[in-house]
Ligand binder design. Structure first.
Ligand code: FAD
Length: 401
């Protein structure tokens, strides 16, 4: 048997056994995810014992297809997107065996929710400019500063935190990356409300919060490298629209056309165009995942993120337009509420009206569309880079507002 065939046989056998021993329609989701992790089918390319079978990442698409066909729950990936979509890749690429052992399983089963503490009031697109300080004190680090727009921080057990540990070095070089206990003393979350009325994200304040050195990811000063792994995974997780064909926002557009459409051929043509574009994008994403040679995605992940941001805005706007006056009100009522555990416990479907409002964020979260274009221009197309006058200056000498 060739290497690829042997890997295929290994994955197929593990999958057959999982579905036979833990039938998805009779096993609670958390139990199923635990069994999926133990079978090495959480992230097949990870090491055995870390939720993988040490095979090529191209088998991820096969696993997703089999799970979907079997009706298995897969919404842990969106409900705990920062852990499963981003933190897992960080731990696989930069974590120690002990760190992977401690964090990966409860992340996958959703027993522990994760958040990402990168953006600050003075550092968003230019995240390397961040100011949150971590100072070493024996076997611990003492953290002070403020993060903002931290999705799910109020529900999270753990946060992916990037801090400044050496202000004398240029901005990209003086950073160190940690996993922080979100319930530790000195960590405070304050919800921020979005246009949807929901507070998905928060401000997070660190006031002499202590992090054990054992929660440091990679070397002191390697924070930028680890942050890049996080962001590349994030763009694939956000842009990787791999819901089944015709589901998600395009599914809502088709429903709206059936219910509210007036038979206008121009509207039908527009719906068909959007459907085709969403489907092309879905297949492109699946192919990109299948072709991924290493576990960590490259700058190409920005393509899907950029394209999806524009397309999802178009699709959701088309839907609420079709709904006429009904598209302008929120049927379930407009209340200000923080995202709750309950909304993470079930597969989540926003009403078309809320989905329209939520889509505004697609071109901002995970890096704005302008930044995606800069990355694609410079790192994929090889165009000249933007002028970066502060790149080699010690961070403490860079003027800040
Ligand atoms: C729903 C949502 C969830 C989020 N969740 C998280 C989270 O969990 N964790 C986290 O750390 N952050 C999170 N963010 C923050 C997000 O990453 C930042 O908002 C984003 O990176 C932009 O940073 P900024 O808001 O500071 O805007 P700025 O960087 O101030 O940008 C303002 C404008 O200037 C443009 N701009 C900036 N620099 C350039 C440039 N070099 N070239 C061209 N144009 C440029 C931008 O495109 C934008 O239009 C979230 C944001 C949203 C909307």
């Amino acid at each position: 048997m060739t290497g690829v065939n042997a890997e295929q046989a290994k994955v197929t056998e593990a999958m057959d056994r999982l579905l036979a021993d833990f039938p998805p329609d009779s096993v609670p989701p958390k139990e199923f995810w635990g069994a999926q992790f133990d079978a090495g089918l959480a992230w097949v390319d990870f090491e055995e014992g870390d939720g993988g079978l040490a095979v090529s990442p191209s088998f991820r698409a096969y696993v997703s297809r089999r799970l979907r066909e079997a009706g298995a729950p897969t919404w842990n990936r969106s409900a705990n997107i920062i852990g499963i979509g981003m933190g897992s890749g960080v731990l696989a690429a930069h974590g120690t065996p002990e760190q992977r052992q401690r964090w990966l399983r409860p992340m996958f089963t959703m027993d522990e929710i994760w958040c990402q503490l990168f953006s600050e009031p003075g550092a968003g697109s230019d995240v390397a400019a961040l100011s949150t300080r971590a100072v070493r004190d024996g076997d611990e680090w003492v953290v002070n500063g403020q993060k903002v727009w931290t999705t799910l921080a109020h529900l999270a057990s753990w946060g992916l935190l990037v801090t400044r540990t050496d202000p004398d070095l240029p901005k990209h070089r003086g950073l160190t990356y940690f996993v922080v206990d979100m319930h530790a003393d000195g960590v405070e979350c304050r919800p921020l409300y979005q246009i949807t009325g929901e507070a998905e994200f928060n401000e997070v304040f660190f006031d002499d919060a202590r992090i054990p050195d054992g929660n440091r990811i990679d070397e002191v000063g390697a924070g930028w490298r680890v942050s890049m792994t996080t962001l590349m995974n994030e763009r694939v997780a956000i842009g990787g629209n791999t819901v089944p064909r015709g589901h998600g926002s395009i599914g809502q557009a088709v429903e709206a056309w059936k219910t509210h459409g007036d038979g206008n051929p121009a509207t039908r043509r527009e719906l068909a165009r959007l459907w085709g574009e969403v489907e092309a994008m879905r297949l492109t994403t699946l192919r990109a995942v299948e072709n991924m040679e290493a576990g960590t995605p490259g700058p190409e992940g920005s393509t899907g993120k950029l394209a999806w941001a524009d397309l999802n805005k178009e699709v959701t706007a088309f839907t609420v337009d079709l709904m006429g006056l009904g598209g302008t009100t929120i049927p379930e009522g407009y209340t200000l509420e923080a995202t709750s555990y309950e909304t993470r416990e079930t597969e989540r479907v926003l009403s078309p009206q809320r989905a329209f409002l939520r889509a505004r964020a697609n071109s901002i979260e995970g890096g704005t569309s302008e930044i995606m274009r800069n990355i694609l221009g410079e790192r994929v197309l090889g165009l000249p880079g933007e002028p970066r006058v502060d790149k080699d200056l010690p961070w403490k000498e860079v003027p800040r507002g």
